[in-house]
Design a protein around this ligand. Sequence first.
Ligand code: ADP
Ligand code: MG
Length: 261
Amino acid sequence: MTRMLAIANQKGGVAKTTTVASLGAALADLDVSVLVVDLDPQGCLTFSLGHDPDQLEVSVHDVLLGEEEIADVLLDTDDNVTLLPATIDLAGAEALLLMRPGREYALKRALAEVAEDYDVVLIDCPPSLGVLTLNGLTAADEVVVPLQCEMLAHRGVGQLLRTVTEVQQITNPGLTMLGAVATLYDARTTHSRDVLSDVSDRYDLPVLEPPIPRTVRFAEASASGSSVMRGRKNKGANAYRELAENLWKYWDAGEPVRTSA
Ligand code: ADP
Ligand code: MG
């Protein structure tokens, strides 16, 4: 059975893309077959996996509009994950999809054609709650919310949770909110911990283990288009490996997801 996980938060810069790229690479290292989906017109996931969005002829945009078969658009990557890439064309998909019936189901329908080839599909949602994110949440079985542990970082979480509830009521009754992942976490400060426990209490959100520490390697990796997971001693990469193991034990062996109290 294929597990489809959406990584969503309408706030930019909370490490959605980094989480999809790193978790995907870490799962692939566990011999899990992984498809990652770039739903952001900025194409940051596509770029960070070694493909220049400006050089691509076809992308998820054409798939959502029914103009290309998904299998013809998929790309291999050096991280051993398969990529459904995005280009700036996707910025126009929002408006084009809005005129179509069943617009929230376009990704779900496309993924159904290739899902059996993968154990896990990770969906990188854009920083908005528009029709692209609705497509991601409608296609997914589960959703995880990366939360940056800073003051005010939780503004908008309520709105995101309301959108998830609406998707559960309307397009995807099976969608499960798995919880938050603490990103850009600074364990040396009590501040990070306080913000995190405040948010998880207030919204009744479990927080998946472990938190992902802030490390300079990540910024370097996304700027150069090379995988952050290659640094074996990198604390951030190790945290994503632990998160991948946590999720895979849950998916594969049915163990409960490890969360902080
Ligand atoms: P989003 O997809 O939510 O907009 P990104 O994954 O693009 O967020 O991350 C935003 C920025 O933060 C990027 O420059 C990325 O390299 C950086 N970043 C992400 N995770 C970390 C981390 N653990 N430590 C340091 N920088 C990080
Ligand atoms: Mg992103």
